[in-house]
Design a binder for this molecule. Structure first.
Ligand code: AMP
Ligand code: GLY
Length: 429
């Protein structure tokens, strides 16, 4: 069966790498297409010039090439309803339609759903004016969290430790006309990501990870799309994972189905492990980046068969997802300047040397330059490795990082620090 993968990041490189290994993708017979792709994805897929915002073109391509599954990597085409256009044309697709993708696209939608379905989450107020936001801040006090409503690539959130910071955040946000915001209670605890595949009905827990959202070592500096991740996140114990699925994910999937917006795809729950148990911070309607990279190194099953079962509503027929025991860890190399304006065009050498250490260098913001691969985005590479422990996976990933020659790039040197400290048993985490 031919497959079309949409996206161009490290997440999609990892998906392409794993899809290319699926026995369901028959060698020499089936083609994995990717658009727009990147040079890393091109090693596993046939790159085609398709624009995901042109639904008619994507549908026509899928029909023309007898594509049996479209895998939508990023959130923008999901929120834009591309999955609906494909389904309407009879093309199986991995990823939710527009209505279900509101779980990611609208923070207000998700908060209201949590209220209706009694899902544990931070207390909140939705506000549409600066005056209303001020009143909400009076009620919530500080620390408090201010979020723009809508897609913001993880950057529309201010965790304000003081009222002055919160005031600045709302002033900034409501400087734009038509802005809407969610003001939230500040949750205290450790953050983890839980992934669950669902076809709108059955659930398949698909692993956990811990991201590192701040740009600097020690979790300081501005928020980013994610500077590194490891999996599994053992702080989410089997008992806590079961609780999160019972109290958060299952009621969400049920409520979405009941309300006529069944969610089909991967539900990525950002959780805070509070003293009162797991609480939902946010949902994403797609795999995380770089969480997908670590999950793909650990997933032991047939990815194409699994994603197809989701798309075709057959997930209940599959057993649970099998993962290798060894943890995986991914270090993001970003271009200098990220998450502000990243330096573009920096040369990247040493990928072969890095991979010779046993790691995999997933490409994100890269393009083919005249003399090899160059940087073309904020997050450029996701250097990913496994090990018997998170500490060993971390050491392996940094060995590979050190074999790279990317002078315009930088990375955090402490990815996985919480779990490494726990493994050492020194209680710092
Ligand atoms: P979001 O885009 O909703 O994931 O928010 C970005 C980051 O802000 C999260 O990963 C958390 O680190 C932090 N954050 C969001 N909401 C809260 C909250 N209610 N309490 C504490 N931290 C939060
Ligand atoms: N790494 C965070 C995200 O993909 O949203």
């Amino acid at each position: 069966m031919n497959v079309l993968l949409l996206g161009s990041g490290g997440r999609e490189h990892a998906l392409a790498w794993k899809l290319a290994q699926s026995p369901t993708l028959r060698k020499g017979t089936d083609t994995l297409y990717a658009a727009p792709g990147n040079p890393g994805i091109a090693a596993h897929a046939t790159i085609v010039p398709l624009d995901a915002t042109d639904h008619a073109a994507v549908v026509a391509f899928a029909k023309d090439k007898a594509v049996g599954l479209v895998v939508i990597g990023p959130e923008a085409p999901l929120v834009d309803g591309l999955a609906d256009s494909l389904r309407a044309a009879g093309v199986p697709v991995f990823g939710p339609g527009k209505a279900a993708a509101q779980l990611e696209g609208s923070k207000g939608f998700t908060k209201d759903l949590c209220t209706r379905a009694n899902i544990p989450t931070a207390g909140y107020a939705r506000v549409a004016t600066l005056d209303a936001a001020r009143i909400a801040l009076d009620l919530f006090g500080a620390p408090v969290v201010v979020k723009a409503d809508g897609l913001a690539a993880g950057k529309g959130v201010t965790v304000a430790m003081t009222r002055a910071e919160a005031d600045a955040a709302i002033a900034d946000l409501f400087a734009e006309t038509g802005a809407e915001a969610v003001i939230e209670e500040f949750l205290e605890g450790e953050e983890v990501s839980l992934f669950v595949l669902t076809d709108g009905n059955a659930l398949m827990p698909f692993g956990s990870a811990q991201d590192h959202k701040r740009v600097g070592d020690g979790d300081v500096g501005p928020n980013t799309g994610g500077m590194g991740a490891y999996s599994p996140a053992r702080v989410l114990t089997p008992a806590l994972e079961a609780q999160a699925i019972r109290e958060i994910v299952a009621p969400t999937v049920a409520a979405m189905a009941m309300e006529g917006m069944p969610f089909s795809g991967v539900l990525y729950a950002g959780l805070m492990l509070t003293a009162q148990g797991p609480k939902l911070i946010e949902y994403n309607a797609r795999f995380g980046d770089p969480e997908c990279q670590v999950l793909m190194l650990r997933f032991a099953g047939d990815l194409l068969e699994t994603l197809l079962a989701v798309a075709e509503g057959r997930l209940a027929d599959l057993g649970g997802a099998a993962f290798y025991d060894d943890p995986a860890l991914s270090v993001v190399m970003a271009a200098r300047g990220y998450p502000g304006t990243p330096a573009a065009g920096g040369a990247i050498g040493g990928i072969d040397a890095a991979e010779a250490t046993g790691a995999i260098v997933f490409q994100a913001g890269t393009r083919a330059g005249e003399n090899g691969i160059v940087a073309s985005g904020g997050r450029v590479l996701a250097v990913t490795a496994t090990g018997a422990t998170v500490a060993q996976a971390q050491a392996a990933a940094y060995r590979a990082v050190d074999a790279l020659d990317f002078t315009d790039g930088f990375c955090r040197r402490d990815i996985g620090w919480r779990e490494v400290a726990r493994e050492r048993g020194d209680g710092q985490a």
